[in-house]
Design a protein around this ligand. Structure first.
Ligand code: AHR
Length: 331
């Protein structure tokens, strides 16, 4: 289910675990000095982004049930999409001296100070779902999640193929995720790279809908007025695409026909809209990261090497594929 790329997380980590380097190198030296804990004694602090989308709800549920199944204590906090709340939660986990801190950073930048505090306290940090933009990759043990640039490229590939016979300009509205968040930056980048192959593709407007259904609806309502000739909406997640459907219908147009829609995620509501022909194509982004996170926590506890980057393997869905997949879709 998963493809592993990248380099080993650090000879430095192994050296630290072997007592050959200071604990601060990886934040895992204390565990090494004391030896592995019984798994039932481990405590992990998880700082979640929020509950902004169906994807996020599925991700939270998957993480909570993986910890319950593994019998490892999970301290969970919801940052309501605010970086300052996530920083507060991480500081509180440092104070409580948890064994591992995991978090999905709401935005890419601004983490070095708090991650250095975790490092100084000897607490290893695992990034799940989203990356941080830091020059110092010793601040975290591993980053476990999707390749968002690739997701944007897959969306772009479908668009290029769908309009291959059209010579007229193709007007595109982009509904961006949270400003500064890794999936918003990377999905825009991957998509832009692919559609740049043909000048007929024009992104006529691009605005954030903050990964929420309400945001997607509100932005689409406004942008449809200023861009009446739009052919396609590229939404960085299903929820914003679902909000766009509501706005398109309210404007008396038919989503999936008058205006085509491509989204990312493939949660049940998105897949249902795809099966109904209201969305035209979905790039999958899997929220099921719980089991992989448990594996990483166990590796850290046992002093084993961890891959620095663990990439989730994902697919794409057409209408026919959505109809086939829906009955067994887990989220
Ligand atoms: O980071 C993953 C993204 O965050 C999902 O695509 C989106 O639905 C969520 O809010």
């Amino acid at each position: 289910m998963k493809k592993i790329i990248g380099t080993f997380a650090a000879g430095a980590m192994l050296l630290a675990l072997a007592g050959c380097a200071p604990a601060a190198d990886t934040g895992s030296g204390d565990a090494a000095a004391a030896g592995p804990k019984a798994e039932s004694d481990l405590v992990v602090g998880f700082a979640q982004v929020g509950a902004e989308s169906g994807w996020r709800t599925a991700n939270t549920k998957d993480i909570q049930s993986a910890f319950e199944e593994a019998g490892i204590e999970l301290k969970f906090s919801d940052a309501q999409q605010k970086q300052e709340n996530q920083i507060k939660a991480i500081r509180s986990y440092i104070q409580q001296q948890v064994d591992v801190i995991a978090f999905s950073p709401v935005v890419e930048t601004g983490w070095d100070a708090v991650l250095n505090e975790a490092k100084d306290a000897g607490i290893p940090v695992v990034l799940t779902d989203r990356a941080v933009d830091s020059a110092d990759d010793s601040l975290y043990v591993t980053f476990l999640g999707s390749d968002f640039v690739l997701e944007g490229e897959k969306a772009g590939d479908w668009v290029v193929e769908e309009y291959k016979d059209q010579t007229e300009p193709v007007e595109i509205i982009q509904l961006e995720g949270t400003t500064g968040a890794a999936p918003a930056i990377d999905r825009a980048e991957g998509f832009a790279e692919v559609i740049a192959s043909d000048p007929k593709f024009e992104v006529v407007a691009s605005q954030t809908g903050d990964f929420t259904r309400a945001g997607g609806k509100q932005v689409t309502e406004a942008l449809l007025k200023s861009n009446p000739g739009v052919d396609l909406i590229y939404a960085h997640n299903d929820d914003m695409g679902l909000g766009a459907i509501e706005a398109i219908e309210a404007a008396g147009l038919v989503p999936g026909k008058d205006i085509k829609i491509v989204t990312v995620d493939a949660v049940k509501d998105g897949m249902t809209a795809l099966a109904d022909g209201k969305i035209n194509f979905i790039v999958e982004c899997s929220p099921l990261l719980g089991k992989q996170l448990i594996e990483v926590v166990k590796q850290i506890n046992n002093g084993e090497a961890t891959e620095k980057r663990i990439v989730t393997e994902e697919t794409t869905f057409t209408q026919e594929q959505a109809i086939e997949a829906l009955p067994t879709r887990a989220y």
